[in-house]
Design a protein around this ligand. Structure first.
Ligand code: GDP
Length: 567
């Protein structure tokens, strides 16, 4: 039987492309469509719902393709060549991800290059000489402990292989399980590195046992998952681990065409005081060259210069090659895709219309807080956006009009004004000129240094703008035994509490023969001569009524209730 897949379906897809995605013949797809009453040709495009139905008909799980996730891992081009695998290291905090990344980088670099290694870059490529010959492997340096699921998920999706690090002296932990889930969801093969085998508390068998509870069965237990015991401290087993990476990559037949349409993604971006916006990119297909004009999300620019992960100037970056790129007008966002366009004019038009649709979008009918966010680095921006997306209160929600990296600038203020948004600056300084401009334009501008302070503020605001709904809370009922005085909708009555608790200063419904005949407000209440704030079942009390819509009579039942804001 064909293997079950989790496929990501775009909003529109051709029959041919869907067949390739589902690893079936196009005629089989057409067959399913006809069976469902849809006549289609091989080049016809299908909408999302139809494509999902077809995918599910073949027994697969279909899900919506998130914006930036399809990166072609392979290509049909006849000029395609094998490309280096892209590897992400995942695992629980303190299990040794950073140590392993550092060890691999340091031990696979030639002496002359070691100067550039001090530079931190969020991806690097090594030349590994193992039992399969000299091979290149690209590693993505996942953001540290603050790595939020969005980033991790992203990391997995642009990745060909996940190395799951599990400390032999600590075993499977929550983030280990999370990493397994992310990798599985993205259909990325996992190689397990059982780390810290040099540690006195190491227990490799226990780790295997725990992993097998999560469907990762080691090969030596007749399973399929490669598990390599290693020490990122002493280096033991690391070469074997890399041999396994090469082997797993070979099985995937990863190919790219260096002359094909360039496909690349931003994996880190920041603003450098000297050189302006800097983006670290990873190319998947084609080649990015200096002099080309790129559109990246809402920004664009001509590539002025590039350097590799060792700080060496390069004029082109081909498949799986990480590069730092200079020349963009603004700092792009983590995960944004790069498009090569023919001219700056085209780039400008594309980015301007992009801005318009974004600011015009949003669901203004709902109570929403519109915000423009600026943050210091891609990691914190992604984390912030992730937390903000979760914030809603009743019918109120937060709408991110736009977000970016770097200080708040004039554009942000103008955009915030145009879209009635407020600006939240996260860990970025705000200069005086911008504060003045925002003041002049009537745009709210605030800075935050801690995520929860920002989210707490938004939560409070959401509560204040949400539509308030009220509920009636039933208190108790009183049967009228006397009407002591009554004049124009107000007076004093007396009765006995039938059930519940009766209170002063609340609302009252007046019932006669089980039918409501009016409403009134209850005022002060007395038991005997004593003023009280409640009377329980069985007690007799006197109570003043006002604003009554009817004249009460002995035998009527007063229903006491309180109106409260619904939480
Ligand atoms: P991360 O949070 O997963 O990136 O973990 P780190 O690489 O920062 O490592 C956490 C701690 O474990 C550090 O104190 C490392 O020195 C230590 N460590 C990492 N790998 C090994 C190993 O193979 N053996 C031992 N004994 N300690 C290790």
């Amino acid at each position: 039987m064909a293997e079950k897949l989790v496929v990501q379906i775009p909003e529109e897809i051709s029959v041919r492309a869907l067949a390739a995605l589902l690893k079936v013949d196009a005629t089989a797809v057409i067959g399913k469509l006809i069976a469902g009453g849809v006549m289609a040709t091989i080049n016809q495009s299908l909408d999302f719902d139809t494509a999902c139905l077809v995918a599910e008909e073949f027994g697969n799980t279909a899900e919506a393709q998130s914006e930036q996730t399809t990166i072609n891992k392979t290509t049909d081009s006849k000029d395609a060549v094998t490309r280096a695998p892209i590897v992400t290291i995942m695992g629980h905090v303190d299990h040794g991800k950073t140590s392993l990344l550092d060890f691999i980088r340091k031990s696979n670099i030639t002496a002359g290059e070691s100067g550039g290694i001090t530079q931190h870059i969020s991806a690097y490529q090594i030349d590994f000489k193992g039992e399969h010959g000299a091979r290149k492997i690209t590693f993505i340096d996942t953001p540290g402990h603050e790595a939020f699921s969005a980033l991790r998920e992203h990391g997995a999706t642009i990745t060909d292989i996940v190395i799951l690090v599990v400390a032999a002296d600590d075993g499977v932990k929550p983030q280990t399980i999370e990493a397994i889930e992310h990798a599985k969801k993205a259909n990325v093969p996992i190689i397990v590195a059982i780390n810290k085998i040099d540690s006195p508390g190491a227990n490799v068998e226990r780790v295997k046992q725990q992993l097998s509870e999560h469907d990762l069965i080691p090969e030596d237990w007749t399973g399929k998952t490669v598990m390599v015991p290693i020490s990122a401290r002493t280096g033991e087993g690391v070469d074997r681990l890399l041999d396994m990476v090469v082997l797993t990559a070979d099985m995937q037949e990863l190919k790219a065409d260096p002359n094909g349409t360039p496909e690349a993604i931003v994996i880190e971006a920041n603003l450098d005081k000297q050189v302006g916006p800097v983006a670290t990119i990873l190319v998947f297909n084609g080649t990015v060259r200096t002099g080309q004009v790129l559109v990246v999300g809402k920004t664009y620019g001509r590539v002025k210069a590039m350097e590799d992960d060792l700080g060496v100037k390069i004029s082109q970056a081909g498949p799986a090659k990480p590069a730092r790129l200079f020349g963009l007008k603004d700092v792009p966002k983590f995960g944004e895709r790069i498009e090569v366009v023919p001219s700056e004019k085209v780039a400008r038009t594309m980015t301007q219309s992009g801005l318009k649709t974004k600011s015009a979008g949003g669901d203004s009918e709902r109570n929403s807080i519109k915000i423009v966010i600026k943050a210091d680095v891609g990691g914190s921006l992604a984390a912030l956006e992730e937390s903000i997306k979760k914030l809603t209160y009743k019918d109120a929600s937060v709408e991110i009009v736009t977000s970016g990296i770097g200080p708040v600038n004039e554009n942000d203020v103008n955009l915030a004004k145009a879209s009635a948004a407020r600006i939240l600056a996260f860990r970025v300084p705000i200069n005086k000129r911008i504060t003045e401009l925002a003041g002049k334009e009537g745009v709210d501008l605030n800075e935050y240094w801690v995520i929860y302070e920002l989210t707490e503020m938004l939560e409070k605001e959401l509560k204040s703008i949400a539509t308030t709904t009220f509920v009636n809370v039933q208190l108790g009922r009183l049967r009228l035994l006397a009407v002591f005085s009554w004049n124009k909708g107000a007076g004093i009555v007396g009765g006995e509490v039938l059930d519940g608790v009766v209170k002063p200063n609340v609302s009252v419904e007046i019932f006669r023969e089980k039918e409501q005949i009016g409403t009134a407000k209850a005022g002060a209440m007395k038991i005997g001569k004593l003023e009280v704030d409640q009377a329980e079942k069985g007690t007799q009390c006197g109570i003043s009524l006002s604003d009554s819509t009817t004249d009460p009579a002995v035998g009527d039942v007063l229903n006491f209730f309180e109106t409260k804001e619904e939480k």
